[in-house]
Design a protein around this ligand. Structure first.
Ligand code: KIV
Length: 263
């Protein structure tokens, strides 16, 4: 995927879109070598990298730092950066400063959660030429309102509200929308109604694409594994095994070997 226009093209062609998160240069380099379509510098960095219990700890400064690291190594990939908690809720000048910081850090697009109450901000970002991705359903920045990381849209009223929000984001000019933790049937319905692609996470098979947190996919963050995660690698096991082999080699004086030493 070279540019934002590919999102619309892929939906038109019925070609699914794959996105993973990355927060640093070395993981971005590996993603850049893969066939994955795009990279999300998610505010989940606050949890995955910094050990916070939720994403509300992320700041614009933190997101800019991770975005710069990713952008240096993710050559050829479309890089989307998350606008963190409250950064787009303090009025248009503050929101636009946050967007400017992320774009100057190397993001080609920004993502923001929800729509109610910040429609004007979305309109301004889009109108400023910055591709904007929406995010509805389980929007983790609202975890305290939801009372935990819970599936959204299970009641008729909630489902209607989600449909309305998704349509509103499309009308405001978003190029794509993340649907997080919503029933598969609802996600498929929203996907069929929208002209822009939906990217699911915990939203079933009927979306136009899927996004996963890289550390979940690699099995290197096994502290909490939601139902929607598929682990493609036992990263925890493989990395612990490597550490224990190093430890054993050091203690048995098998490391370093002569060829690993200088004359
Ligand atoms: O921050 C993040 O990683 C995200 C994805 C899970 C969609 O927003």
């Amino acid at each position: 995927m070279q540019c934002v226009r590919d999102f619309a093209r892929f939906k038109a062609e019925g070609r699914k879109i794959s996105i993973v998160t990355a927060y640093d240069a070395w993981t971005a380099r590996l993603v850049a070598r893969s066939n994955v379509d795009a990279v999300l510098v998610g505010d989940s960095a606050a949890m995955v990298v910094h050990g916070h219990p939720t994403t509300v700890a992320a700041t614009v400064g933190l997101m800019a730092l991770h975005t710069r690291a990713v952008a240096r190594s993710a050559s050829g990939k479309f890089v989307i950066a998350d606008l963190p908690f409250l950064s787009f809720r303090k009025g248009i000048p503050a929101a636009m400063n946050a967007v400017g910081t992320l774009v100057r850090s190397g993001a080609q697009a920004v993502k923001l959660e929800g729509v109610d109450g910040h429609e004007e901000v979305v309109e301004r970002i889009v109108g400023s030429g910055v591709p904007t991705m929406g995010h509805v359903g389980l929007t983790p920045q609202s975890v305290n309102r939801f009372g935990g990381f819970r599936v959204q849209g299970r009641t008729d009223a909630e489902a209607e509200a989600l449909r309305r929000q998704a349509h509103r984001l499309e009308d405001l000019g978003c190029f794509s929308i993340v649907l997080e933790c919503v029933p598969a049937e609802l996600a498929a319905r929203i996907t069929s109604e929208l002209g822009i692609p939906t990217i699911g996470i915990g939203a079933g098979i009927g979306t136009d694409g899927q996004v996963l947190v890289l550390q979940d996919l690699w099995g290197v963050d096994t502290t909490h594994t939601p139902r929607f995660v598929r682990r493609y690698f036992d990263g925890d096991g493989a990395l612990t095994c490597a550490l224990n082999q190093f430890d054993a080699d050091v203690k048995a004086t098998r490391f370093p070997a002569p060829e690993e030493s200088y004359t």
